[in-house]
Design a protein around this ligand. Structure first.
Ligand code: SAM
Length: 228
């Protein structure tokens, strides 16, 4: 029988499953698996195993994230929603009183997001747009957000994320920026790239709270958590 234990953060759990201790969230859409993740029932509650090899947020938690700005009832702007792997766990964490706006530039990818995630979850609002032009979706984001989460793997991802934060993040809010080193520079060591991007974030008025490296789950990726 699987055993469930609360993690350090609200609505995030450890489950002893398959002889391993695995991260999980409570499934807001019972019976629906988004990316082939295992669904585990314990005392009438269904949990979704959260794979750190598929989700950088899960990898960051396992690598020792100390502060988790995404909480029950949070409002989140998520750039690079893709087919919904991580945003679906964000949807579980924020629960019915939270909202996550998911921006995805590729219409083809966004269709999968709709099929796998949006149609089962009322707290996910899809926005098929380019995050480079936040003014195009300014009317959809009807209130300032608590967190901007960005995973867009672009050379100018930091600038794009900062521009979105300037428009939509409330004072006291947090930004999570995933830095894919090889999208920015083909040769520089990952830590130099990540530190350089963190400096840009700091110079834009943010306080850097944590910097994590996601290896072995995602090689050459940095995770920057900053607050405004
Ligand atoms: N965050 C996702 C997850 O963990 O489930 C994975 C994101 S994937 C690394 C990057 C995504 O960002 C792709 O789906 C890509 O189409 C999208 N993307 C890239 N540039 C973008 C832009 N300018 N605006 C919005 N989305 C963008």
């Amino acid at each position: 029988m699987p055993r469930v234990e609360k993690a350090n953060f609200d609505n995030i759990y450890w489950i002893a499953y398959d002889d391993k201790r695995q991260l999980a969230t409570k499934n807001l859409a019972p019976g629906v698996s988004v990316y082939g993740e295992k669904l585990v029932k314990e005392e009438g509650i269904e949990y979704r195993i959260w794979d750190p090899f598929r989700s950088k947020l899960a990898a960051a938690i396992i690598k020792g994230l100390k502060n988790m700005p995404i909480k029950p009832a949070s409002t989140v702007l998520y750039l690079g929603a893709s087919t919904g792997t991580t945003i679906s766990h964000v949807s579980d964490i924020i629960d019915v009183n939270g909202i996550v706006f998911g921006v995805e530039v590729s219409a083809r990818v966004a269709r999968e997001l709709m099929d796998r995630v949006v149609r089962f979850r009322k707290n996910v609002i899809p926005i098929v747009e380019d995050a480079r032009y936040p003014q195009r979706y300014a009317q959809i984001i009807f209130k300032k957000v608590d967190v901007v989460y960005s995973d867009i793997a672009q050379p100018d991802a930091t600038e794009i994320t900062l521009e979105n934060a300037k428009m939509f993040l409330q004072k006291g809010g947090s930004m999570i920026l995933i830095v894919k080193a090889r999208s920015i520079d083909p040769v520089l060591p990952t830590n130099q790239i990540v530190e350089r991007e963190a400096k840009k974030v700091e110079n834009s008025g943010f306080k850097i709270q944590e910097i994590l490296y996601l290896s072995p789950y995602d090689k050459e990726h940095g995770f920057i958590l900053a607050s405004l």
